[in-house]
Structures are given as structure tokens and as C-alpha cells.
Design a protein around this ligand. Sequence first.
Ligand code: ADP
Length: 159
Amino acid sequence: MTIAIYPGTFDPITNGHQDIVQRALKLFDRVIVAVAENRRKQPLFSLAERVRMVTEVLQDSPQAQVIPFSGLLVDCAKQHQARVILRGLRAVSDFELEFQLASMNRRLRPELETLLLIPSEKYTFLSSHLVREMASLGADIGEYVHPNVVKALKKAYQQ
Ligand code: ADP
């Protein structure tokens, strides 16, 4: 059984993240979506809210599991017997950070492989940051996130 772990802040989960999970589910027996606490980024949604939204969005994918995590990703991967770290690559601009992360994680745990997946082209410009920005300004974001996430963003920005 090959298990992959997909870490991220997911603040909030977008259709781009979901696209990556669906692609990964075709390649792996189980995909663990690891929602990072990530205090440094000062997320809009709490860790519990982010985990809840990811769980709701992936409720029809039984091979996907959602967990909260803080600390080192390589330790979390080991604990869950994951052999592969998944990340999404939208554009060249993502490459530098992803390359750094993959190289450092390889140093920390050489047997763990990082796999970068490219989303459908309609999501290559999409980010949680952009979705939050649009929602805060009252734009319609229904095309980019799950309906439950639309609701949560409306509530967060009290619209
Ligand atoms: P992080 O703070 O770890 O970057 P994010 O939730 O922003 O957390 O992103 C998690 C992963 O998902 C990253 O590898 C990022 O490049 C990828 N990602 C984010 N948005 C998209 C998207 N629209 N399409 C594909 N991958 C994406």
C-alpha cells in the first residue's frame, strides 16, 4: 500500500488543491491531506476550521484522510507511513520554494520522495490568498471553492 501525504495551509482549500488530491488518488492507495497549523502565516481560519472544510470537501473520497499537523513534516510522514510528499506546482514562480522544501526534506529523510503535480490549467492562477482577497472585496468566488467554503468566507468577512 503506497501512502502519500499532501501538506499545506489550506486557508482555505480551493478547487486547485482539490484537483491535486483527485489526481493523487489515481496514483496512490491513500492520500493524507495534512493541514499545517502554520502560525507564521497567521491564517484567516483556525486549524480546526481548515481541517473541517477539507474534510467536507473530500467527503466523497474515502481514500483521502485529513489530519491536522504541526512540527516537522518528515516526522508526520513517518508516523503515517507515507513514502511520498505531494505538492502542487502552478507556475515557475512556485518552483523555487518547492525546490528548497523538497531538497531540505530529502536531507532530513532521504527515503521520502517529493512529487510535484500540475493542476488543470484552469487552476494555475488560483491561490488561497487570491480567494480570500476576492471574498473580502465581495467578489463571487463560487467557481473556485466548494459551496461550504463560500459560506465560511462570507461569514469570516461578515457579508
Ligand atoms: P503552503 O502554505 O504550504 O504553501 P498552500 O495551502 O498555499 O500551503 O498550498 C499547499 C500546496 O498546494 C502547495 O504545494 C501549493 O503550491 C499547492 N497549491 C496551492 N494552490 C494550488 C492550485 N491552485 N493548484 C495546484 N496546486 C496548488
